[in-house]
Design a protein around this ligand. Structure first.
Ligand SMILES: Cc1cc2nc3c(=O)[nH]c(=O)nc-3n(C[C@H](O)[C@H](O)[C@H](O)COP(=O)(O)O)c2cc1C
Length: 143
């Protein structure tokens, strides 16, 4: 089973979350900045993650989602997460990513989820990497 996690990260926290997920489900994690759309074939599971920047995913994640060709995600399971600060003003980038993947025809699984950082530059709150591993394993138990 082939699982890919595509992420963006300004300070490295979302990257750490993506890498923890990749390790737990024996998939790979790649920065959206290094990803080429042609490599989207042959996937069983796609997870997309972004820091929340101004209540939304980053511009690089937004561009990536917009540029996915229609129908390209048909038959691929997909899920979404973000990293965020604990505040009632946080917003929800994971939900927006989830909706965009759904619009592109992916078979959505799991609930969009946020993992918390203490401050803008991090670090992640204690146990968030473990929570990320568990979340990914629940999505993709067969790996
Ligand atoms: C320009 C900017 C805007 C941000 N806006 C939000 C926001 O709307 N809601 C929130 O919870 N966190 C916000 N943050 C904090 C980020 O969520 C935090 O920096 C991120 O989770 C860290 O992950 P990273 O190290 O992968 O970039 C913002 C950070 C930056 C730099």
């Amino acid at each position: 089973m082939n699982a890919l996690i595509i992420y963006d990260s300004n300070y490295g926290n979302t990257r750490l979350v993506a890498e923890a997920m990749a390790e737990s489900i024996k998939g790979s994690a790649i920065s959206v900045k290094d990803f080429e759309m042609g490599n989207l074939g042959n996937l069983d599971l796609l997870i997309v993650g972004s820091p929340i920047n101004g209540w939304r995913p980053t511009p690089a994640i937004k561009n990536f989602l917009e540029n996915i060709p229609n129908g390209k995600l048909k038959g691929i399971q997909a899920a979404a997460f973000d990293t965020r600060i604990k505040s009632f003003l946080s917003g929800n980038a994971a939900k927006r990513i989830y909706q965009a993947l759904n619009t592109k025809g992916a078979k959505m699984i799991g609930t969009p989820v946020g993992f918390y950082v203490k401050h803008t530059e991090g670090p992640l709150l204690e146990k968030e990497l473990e929570n990320a591993r568990i979340w990914a394993l629940h999505l993709f138990p067969s790996n």
